[in-house]
Structure formats: structure tokens, C-alpha cells
Design a protein around this ligand. Sequence first.
Ligand code: NI
Length: 177
Amino acid sequence: MSILKIARMGHPVLRQVATPIADPTSPEIKALVQDMCETLDDIQGAGLAAPQVHVSKRLVIFQVPARRTDNEASAVPLQVLINPVIEPQGDEMVETWERCLSVPGLAGLVPRYKSIRYTGLTLAGEQIDRTVDGFHAVVVQHECDHLDGVLYPQRMKNLEKLVFTDEIRHHIEGNDA
Ligand code: NI
């Protein structure tokens, strides 16, 4: 296991459309996920996409900490999601402050679909199919955007709401993703 270097905004790997993973059960993917989990744990992030560690493959990991949900039951431990597909449920949008490991020091108010259905595969190759809202929906949209070369500032409607976290820290909680 090792802690991986994070690509920052401007690195070409963050602009690429990542390629699907043919075999989620391969040892190569398992090792990548182990390193990504160790990296995310080390930096106390909410989520991480493979392109952020310079691997242009369609794989993300994320978690939903209890403090980011309305009730403890909605907390989600670290998840691996391979070849994810997102289907918005309705047109309703919500705006949330987001941070990104690839955009260090900044936070932005980003509109996202309130409710989404997402599908994908586990490391065991099993199908995932969930309909979620709240922070869970936000973090999945944020991570999956990384697979299409999109960083959260590109989703923002008002760049006045792109700020340095240490300037307005008391307004923003949360983890990088
Ligand atoms: Ni990010």
C-alpha cells in the first residue's frame, strides 16, 4: 500500500475522459483501490476519483460521514464504485459548498441534482443500483465528474462564490473530494 500523489487543476489527466474498467476484479484494480483508500484516509477526504491519482480509469471511492447527513442511518462507509452511471431524478437542484483535493485551498458553491440514481460495479463485479439525495448525491456527482474531465468550478454559476477556505472557514464545513 502507498499514499498516492494528487493531481491538481491544470494537470492534463484531470481533463481527460477516463476509460471504462474491463475487469473490476483484477489484481491491478484491487491494488489501485487499496492505495486510493489509504490516500483518502491519510488526507481525511470524502471522496477520490482515479484520475486524481493520475490513473485515467472509471473508478471512484467515497464515503458519507454521519455528520453530513440528517440521520446517522444515512451515513455510508467507504464505497468503491466502478464504471458508474448517473441518472438525475427530476430537475431539482441544490447548492452546496464543495471542495476538491485537486483544487486545494478553495471552496465553491456548486449546483447539483438533488436526487440521483446511480449504477456501477463493486470490486467483486457485483451490480450497485441506488437512488440517493443529500450529501450522498452531491459527492457521487462530484466524483463522477472527475471521470469526464470536469472539476467543480466548471459547474458553478457564480464565481463570486469561489473562495479560499481559510478566508471564510466559519461558513464552510466538510472534506475535500
Ligand atoms: Ni474532487
